[in-house]
Design a protein around this ligand. Structure first.
Ligand SMILES: *[C@@H]1O[C@H](CO)[C@@H](O)[C@H](O)[C@H]1NC(C)=O
Ligand SMILES: *[C@@H]1O[C@H](CO)[C@@H](O)[C@H](O)[C@H]1NC(C)=O
Ligand SMILES: *[C@@H]1O[C@H](CO)[C@@H](O)[C@H](O)[C@H]1NC(C)=O
Ligand SMILES: *[C@@H]1O[C@H](CO)[C@@H](O)[C@H](O)[C@H]1NC(C)=O
Ligand SMILES: *[C@@H]1O[C@H](CO)[C@@H](O)[C@H](O)[C@H]1NC(C)=O
Length: 225
């Protein structure tokens, strides 16, 4: 605008295109043109935003509408096929549609849990890490019934690491899921010491130094279909 030539050119153009009453309002007429452009752009933006929102809401409802009923039926059919193909009729009974608990290959199913026992031995820390890598945790024994089942896995002869250690400053035995050991249910035999980890041998829990090497057991929830 400061440039004399530019200003001259602009006024010329405005005079030729704009109606005269625009020039009587204080602001230069060229700004009115910008205002209109900005206003139009603003309106377009608002419309676009509204369109996106509308599409989102409508699309969501449409998605739900086309899925309700149909998706349930498809899912039921899929689960039914899984049951037919993967559930062992000898275990879950011959009843049609009987539910069963599934475990990964090489894991044993028992009462809604899956168990995996290692073939080699290592220190407690490494065993815990290994269970995590298998998307599971070290064995937490809930009750006597589970203890009896574990005995059938271990043959009751070997020491096997379980998810139990005494490393907190309170000096309590704690399971890897954070729960305290019920010593009325499972009294711990063996040396009372810091840096102790739990093994199961026969029907009992023993205390061992965590840097000893034993086999271990991992557990995870079974998938019920
Ligand atoms: C540790 O055990 C003692 C006695 O059994 C109990 O009073 C205390 O609350 C326990 N501490 C924790 C952190 O569990
Ligand atoms: C004891 O177990 C807890 C998890 O429950 C773990 O954080 C801690 O490192 C373990 N201690 C040792 C010495 O392995
Ligand atoms: C510990 O186990 C005993 C024996 O099964 C049971 O009577 C008691 O209620 C248990 N205590 C806790 C805190 O779970
Ligand atoms: C657990 O370890 C603490 C030291 O960290 C020790 O004082 C306590 O006696 C131990 N408890 C058992 C039951 O081994
Ligand atoms: C186990 O790991 C914990 C923390 O990760 C560490 O403090 C402890 O020293 C380790 N114990 C052994 C025996 O490696």
């Amino acid at each position: 605008m400061e440039d004399e030539n530019g200003y001259a050119i602009m006024t010329k153009r405005i005079i030729s295109t704009q109606p005269s009453q625009h020039r009587s309002q204080g602001s230069p007429p060229v700004f009115d043109g910008y205002k209109v452009a900005v206003g139009v752009l603003g309106a377009v933006c608002v419309l676009l935003v509204l369109a996106v929102i509308a599409q989102h809401v409508w699309g969501f409802q449409a998605g739900q509408a086309s899925c309700s009923g149909k998706c349930d039926i498809q899912q039921e059919a899929f689960i039914s096929r899984l049951r037919q193909s993967l559930c062992d009729p000898a275990r879950s009974g011959p009843a049609v549609g009987a539910r069963c608990a599934l475990c990964p290959k090489d894991w044993q199913a028992h009462k809604g849990k899956c168990y995996w026992d290692s073939k080699r031995s290592q220190i407690w820390n490494a065993s815990q890490k290994d269970c995590e890598l298998r998307n599971s945790q070290m064995l937490v024994i809930q009750d006597q019934e589970e203890m009896d089942f574990i005995n059938t896995i271990t043959d009751g002869t070997n020491h096997i690491w379980i998810g139990l250690n005494n490393t907190s400053h309170t000096g309590n035995w704690t399971w890897v899921d954070g729960s305290p050991l019920n010593q009325t249910l499972f009294p711990v035999s063996g040396p009372v010491a810091s840096n102790s980890c739990g093994v199961v041998k026969g029907n009992r829990i023993n205390s061992e130094t965590c840097s000893a090497e034993f086999k271990w057991i991992c557990q995870k929830d079974a998938v019920t279909v």
